[in-house]
Design a protein around this ligand. Sequence first.
Ligand code: NAD
Ligand code: GLY
Length: 357
Amino acid sequence: MELKVKTKEREYPIQFKEDFSALRQALEEAGLGGRKVFVVTDSHVAALYGSQVEAQLGDAYGGCVAFPAGEDQKNLQTITTFYDAFLAAHMDRKSVVVALGGGVPGDMAGFAAATFQRGIPFFQVPTTLLAQVDSSVGGKVGVDYRGHKNMVGAFYQPHFVYINLKTLKTLPAREFAAGMAEVVKYGLIWDEAFFTFLEEQKEAILAQEEAPLTQMLYHCCRIKAEVVSQDEKEGGLREVLNFGHTIGHAVETEKHFALLHGECVALGSRAILALCEKEGRISAKDRQRAEALFDFFGLPKTVDGLSAEQVYEQMFFDKKVRNGVIQFVLLQGIGRAERTSQVGRDEVISAIKTILE
Ligand code: NAD
Ligand code: GLY
């Protein structure tokens, strides 16, 4: 199974596999045969999959750097440890970086590849649900800066995305749930039929039954590939993928990364759903349907220790702020997103209050 992402730089495949055995072939097909490949990963993923990937790369393996897992490591200091490792391994412009792991190593390895010697090729091997359905596709790479989410980064497309579906078997339940926040997002912003599929298949998805899980992953990547192919650098349409993220990122920062990214996206989505219902954009029933899916996957309903004003102020660090005005992604019914800056402060504050304890 394969999908294609079409960008200005190149068209690249997203491959869906059951193991790592076709990794070398994928490299060849991407025109990267005969190059040294350096693995960037985190401590958990290195222990779980590092040796399998090394074995598959064979004589193409050029070394590995593994940072301590977690969002609090997603910063420029960690990036300098990658550069040091690249230098020690004598990497040059023909060398290749592989991002192995979730969205944190994915975003950081991509950023290091984008900037080392002004840019060397990289590819993504995502191992979390969130990374497989979202972060590994589309070329957003970067780091947090002084706690602000993804403040420093670039658009830099991978040469290919290699999804080994079986890696989800080792993913902790809480991480799987966090990934489901981004999955539900696709249904809400893009595709009501997919949303209904999630409602109908939720038990099977949670049990990681192969057919519905694969169908779900493929569908999410298809939507993401379609959006990115139309608007690679977020000139407009791509902003819809940030549904729930402006409030979510603000919560993530204000909680100093105590909550997972996907959990914050769920919280941000719940707040926006409340706002959409209040504005008559969605029915109470549709809001309830979305809330029920988040609930089913065990995603948080509320967050403690924050004030609405504090979250609101933090939202102005969002990359969708234009000339001091926040751009919102709202729904007009399930499956239809709309971008607008016409949302007043009071409406936002009362939406945020619906997710505060
Ligand atoms: P993560 O990379 O920190 O992974 C979560 C945890 O799961 C980590 O502890 C990791 O070690 C562990 N893990 C990874 N794969 C595993 C496996 N197969 N088995 C067991 N444990 C495993 O976090 P994430 O949720 O994958 O990604 C969140 C990040 O992605 C955030 O920084 C967010 O900003 C970013 N993001 C980027 C984009 C994008 O378009 N670039 C989109 C969405 C999110
Ligand atoms: N996750 C948002 C985007 O890729 O644009």
